[in-house]
Design a protein around this ligand. Sequence first.
Ligand code: SAH
Length: 212
Amino acid sequence: MIKKQELIDYWKSSGIVSDEKIIRAFLDVPRELFISDKLEEQAYDDHPLPLGKDQTISQPTTVMIMTQALELKEGQKVLEVGAGSGWQAAIIGKVIGEKGKVITTEIIPELADFALDNIGKAKIKNVKVVEYDGSKGYSKEAPFNRIIVTAACPRIPQTLIDQLNENGILIAPVGPLLSGQEMVKLKRSKDGIGQESLGSFVFVPLKGEQGY
Ligand code: SAH
């Protein structure tokens, strides 16, 4: 509990999270439900943790930075590429509320099952997990108000940009695997595409058709 509050204090004082709804979602979606029991004591350490299959759940601060950058609004439809544990998707699901919908794609079948179980344990109802190569987007449910990629991309897949609504926002770590990636925030408006960088991060590789 102390660690949880320390994280919240850090996010608020540093300005990483300014939206109370995101803090609420962090408190409502316990990270310990999304990791293996033997890692439970580390649930609120601010670092990534192994999920098996060479994949990791992102560190809490990274999840908060990405969630805040998405500028989520109630009722939105969101695509995630890289369900992993399902924690990021569950937090987004909380922030956008019951009328919103998250579709999270996962390319590794065992992790798609893991994410689905965890989301069930956390009693989140508006997140759908699909076993799919999300580097191709997800045309069945497109277009989306928001898209978040939680694996390192060589470049932003054009299909993802095409599946973004007008005024849509996409967040993705882009760049080389070894030296780290730049977190790119892309906004689509009627005047075109705007892009900014949110700093450097290190993610596991995006696989599939548009991946590494
Ligand atoms: N968002 C996750 C962490 C993501 S780790 C969480 O909250 O726990 C990155 C995940 O992306 C891994 O589980 C990996 O298997 C998955 N992944 C990699 N390439 C993918 C692709 N093309 N489509 C869907 N998932 C992919």
